[in-house]
Design a protein around this ligand. Structure first.
Ligand code: RIB
Ligand code: CA
Length: 293
């Protein structure tokens, strides 16, 4: 299975990407970056740094620098000014590819057989919305999209009902929901249950594996952004975990739309598969194993 990871790394993005890159049976064909947690130049550099730490030559393509029709509004607090919580990562082994993120998505999809490429979305859905607009014939070749975003019954994290990825670009999310692609959404309702505490950090470190040790440092940095929290949610790692271990998640069909003002998910006309439950212990164990195997 070929996979494109669309991402705004980002502490939890980095852990998700390190986990995905550690599975040779999953061909991570490219990383496409988007402005979100931090600006596009930083998310793009970080994608290269993550690949350098994983010692892979996966191409990185810079995507959208701002949400559709808005100025970028990076979330500096949680991820730090370098986007990786100040954790030491190598510099990229090579510059970003010359083709932009959306162009790369279209080229990869047209070069592979139809329905043979998955798209993992770990940030705002700007790049996918632009692909739908600019190259619908390519977008329709996507086998499935798995995206982290939204809050259904859970409170939001950037507003009473708004979650960061959806609220950062609500117009993009609305366009993606309306497109009718094979799509699974993993909202805060599931991701907030998959949490890392100091015991988990120690277990990661004790494996001695580079990806697990880096992830331990990233989670430690995640704690720095909040005072006194016992544990931190692992949002984006749930995306590759769902792909690798679907049995750990409970998917439900929900009819959803996006409130374009607040970015909140609201009852709507588009049926979306939504992960409303997760075996959190199983997800944590699978992540630990996948980062250290
Ligand atoms: O709300 C969590 C999401 O927003 C995650 O993707 C995190 O990286 C941030 O982008
Ligand atoms: Ca993210």
């Amino acid at each position: 299975m070929s996979i494109i990871i669309d991402t705004d790394p980002g502490i939890d993005d980095a852990i998700a990407i390190l986990y995905a890159l550690n599975h040779p049976e999953q061909d991570i064909t490219a990383l496409t970056t988007v402005a979100g947690n931090i600006g596009l130049s930083v998310t793009t550099r970080n994608a290269g740094r993550i690949c350098a730490l994983a010692q892979v030559d996966t191409p990185v393509h810079a995507g959208a620098a701002a949400p559709l029709g808005k100025e970028a509004n990076p979330e500096l607090g949680i991820h730090g000014t370098d986007g990786l919580g100040g954790v030491v990562f190598p510099e990229p082994l090579f510059p970003p590819a010359s083709e932009d993120g959306v162009g790369a998505m279209a080229a990869i999809l047209m070069a592979h057989p139809p329905q043979s490429v998955d798209l993992f979305c770990l940030g705002p859905l700007t790049n996918l919305a632009l692909l739908l607009e600019q190259a619908p014939e390519a977008a329709n070749r996507i086998r499935r999209v798995i995206a982290m975003g939204g809050a259904v019954d859970e409170p939001g994290n950037v507003g009473p009902k708004a979650e960061f990825n959806i609220a950062h670009d609500p117009h993009a999310a609305a366009a993606v929901f309306a497109a009718g692609l094979p799509f699974a959404l993993i909202p805060l309702d599931a991701t907030r249950k998959v949490r890392a505490d100091q015991t988990y950090i120690k277990a990661l470190r004790d494996t001695g594996a580079p990806a697990a040790i880096a992830s331990a440092e990233l989670i430690n940095a995640y704690f720095a952004a909040t005072n006194g929290a016992e544990s931190r949610p692992l949002h984006d790692p749930c995306v590759p975990l769902l792909a690798q271990h679907p049995e750990l998640f409970r998917l439900e069909d929900r009819k959803l739309s996006v409130d374009l003002e607040t970015g909140a998910l609201v009852a709507g006309e588009h049926t979306i598969k939504v992960a409303m439950g997760v075996n959190a212990d199983g997800a944590r164990a699978a992540l630990l194993h996948g980062l250290s195997c």
